[in-house]
Design a protein around this ligand. Structure first.
Ligand SMILES: Cc1cc2nc3c(=O)[nH]c(=O)nc-3n(C[C@H](O)[C@H](O)[C@H](O)COP(=O)(O)OP(=O)(O)OC[C@H]3O[C@@H](n4cnc5c(N)ncnc54)[C@H](O)[C@@H]3O)c2cc1C
Length: 494
């Protein structure tokens, strides 16, 4: 891991449009540590929209103003917004996501919410690239004012084309809507508005085949009749292209399920077919794409981001899997306190069901790799386990939702036994029990090592720390300090 690797996040949000900002706000409220990576100014398409009149609660609001309010609201709940361009989102072998950026950073987290919106679809005709920004535009609100007194063309037949044509009549003397069919796809109300606008003229059954101009800008469009192929010219000073959006889903490696348009298909939690990868807003396959739907998706995604983990799945893997399914959650990881068979038997089932990364201390790898042999010693059969994804390191902090746990290496019961300690509790595996300690007669066990581990890793914790043991009832550090015969020295007296 280099200085350019950023860790410690529960979730990475890609894009700070309405969906990303809303996800950041909910993540903050949910005590998740989130980073939102945005390539431009926060606000997304709101910044390309003049007036918004259909965002409930605001009869009329400027796009930039709503963007600013959303960003401020998200920051109130601690949103960290980084300016950078995400180049790749990849699920690594350890089950976490690597989010690589143009500035050479790699952000790591167990979950990603993709809220990267879309990019306008290009016509792909000669002259389009050449005159981009010099008469060819994909954003009426951004560029309309540059075309005061001009004759313009809008290409397309959907909501965006018709709405923007109407908007452009504020500046232009005339706006042609060039459409390759003989009827519009736009909603009826928008169509009626366009047909009633004396500055708008429809040009049916024509497609643009070339954009022609001079070094001063666009001069005319070359059109072809979609039925006869007959060519004609349309004199215009600018052309606005609204023939669709391509969702920014190419960033993701691994081909999650998507529809014909490339929009990611999600379940009702907004999770894509890659566990832990969520999609919200304009990147998601759905009936309509509005600010309200974007923030609705984002709310669900941020709430659904996993805050669950499984510790030591033993024989009861079926029960755990059933519970996870009933709750519709995927754990951020499977943490193993050690590799004795009764703590790891459920690993294959959970790995297969959830793909959650397996965390194990390397000193127990030998035991882990010999689970079938461990099983035979108890007259049982067990399949080999899937390789662990992450090695636990003494002292490292692991996070789940808003909670953080320190890994404490506590050998003695087994060489790689660990305790997960934080938030006033300790998941102690078989290190310490109520009134007892872990057995030390199995391979790699040693009673003196275990007692030293307990002294160092558990008895240094506050008395109030609740200890959840691998077997038997919970206890507290204080209770064991006072009454556990192995810790008071009573057991040595016989
Ligand atoms: C001209 C126009 C007018 C509209 N008018 C309305 C309206 O009146 N009412 C309404 O409800 N909806 C309207 N919409 C639709 C609405 O704006 C969108 O549905 C909404 O913005 C979607 O939000 P989003 O967060 O999913 O995506 P976006 O708003 O597109 O935000 C995506 C964000 O991700 C960032 N991003 C993309 N790729 C990367 C990357 N690789 N790295 C980092 N950041 C990245 C982008 O810069 C952007 O900020 C309009 C859309 C347009 C184009």
């Amino acid at each position: 891991m280099t200085d350019n690797t950023k860790t410690g996040y529960d979730v990475i949000i890609v894009g700070a449009g309405p969906a990303g900002l809303c996800a950041a706000m909910y993540a903050g409220r949910g005590m998740l540590k989130a980073v939102t990576i945005e390539r431009g100014a926060p606000g997304g398409e709101l910044l390309n929209t003049d007036l918004i009149e259909d965002y409930i609660g605001f009869e009329s609001v400027k796009g930039w103003e709503l963007a600013q309010k959303m960003a401020e609201h998200a920051k109130t709940f601690g949103a960290e917004i980084v300016t950078d361009t995400v180049e790749k989102v990849r699920k690594a072998d350890d089950g976490w996501f690597d989010v690589a950026t143009a500035r050479g950073k790699t952000y790591r987290a167990p979950a990603v919410i993709l809220t990267a919106g879309g990019t306008p679809v290009k016509l792909g005709v000669p002259g389009e690239k050449e005159y981009a920004g010099k008469g060819v535009s994909y954003c009426a609100v951004c560029d309309g004012a540059f075309f005061k007194g001009e004759v313009l063309a809008v290409v397309g037949g959907g909501d965006a084309a018709v709405e923007e044509a109407d908007y452009l009549t504020r500046y232009a003397t005339k706006v042609y809507i060039v459409h390759r069919r003989d009827q519009l796809r736009a909603s009826r109300i928008l169509q009626e508005r366009a047909f009633a606008n004396p500055k708008i003229e429809m040009i049916w059954n024509k497609q643009v085949v070339e954009i022609k101009g001079t070094d001063r800008g666009i001069h005319h469009l070359e059109l072809a009749d979609t039925a006869t192929g007959e060519r004609s010219s349309l004199l215009v000073g600018g052309v606005f292209i609204f023939i669709g959006f391509k969702p920014n889903t190419d960033l993701v490696e691994g081909h999650p399920k998507h529809d014909a348009g490339g929009y990611f298909i999600t379940d009702e939690r907004m999770m894509t077919s890659i566990p832990g990868l969520f999609a919200a807003g304009d990147v998601r396959s759905q009936l309509t794409r509005q600010i309200t739907t974007a923030v609705g998706d984002a709310t669900t995604a941020a709430i659904a981001v996993e805050k669950y983990l499984v510790i030591d799945p033993g024989e009861e893997a079926g029960l755990i899997a059933h519970k996870l399914q009933a709750e519709r959650v995927t754990p951020v990881g499977v943490w193993l306190t050690h590799a004795h068979i009764d703590h790891v038997l459920g690993v294959p089932r959970l790995k297969a069901d959830t793909g959650a990364p397996i965390h194990l201390h390397p000193a127990d790898r030998m035991l882990y790799d010999h689970v079938p042999e461990q099983a035979l010693a108890f007259g049982m059969r067990a399949e080999p386990l899937p390789a662990p994804d992450r090695e636990l390191v003494h002292g490292e902090m692991l996070r789940v939702g808003g909670l953080a746990f320190r890994v404490r290496h506590a050998p003695g019961h087994s060489p790689g036994s660990v305790v997960f300690e934080g938030e006033g509790v300790a998941f102690g595996g078989d290190v310490l029990f109520q009134g007892s300690i872990g057995r030390t007669d199995l391979p790699g066990g040693d009673v003196d090592t275990l007692l030293k581990s307990i002294e160092r890793e558990l008895l240094t914790l506050p008395d109030s720390t609740i200890v959840y043991s691998g077997h038997g009832p919970e206890t507290t550090v204080g209770r064991e300090r006072r009454a556990n015969p192995f810790l008071t020295g009573a057991y040595r007296l016989g």
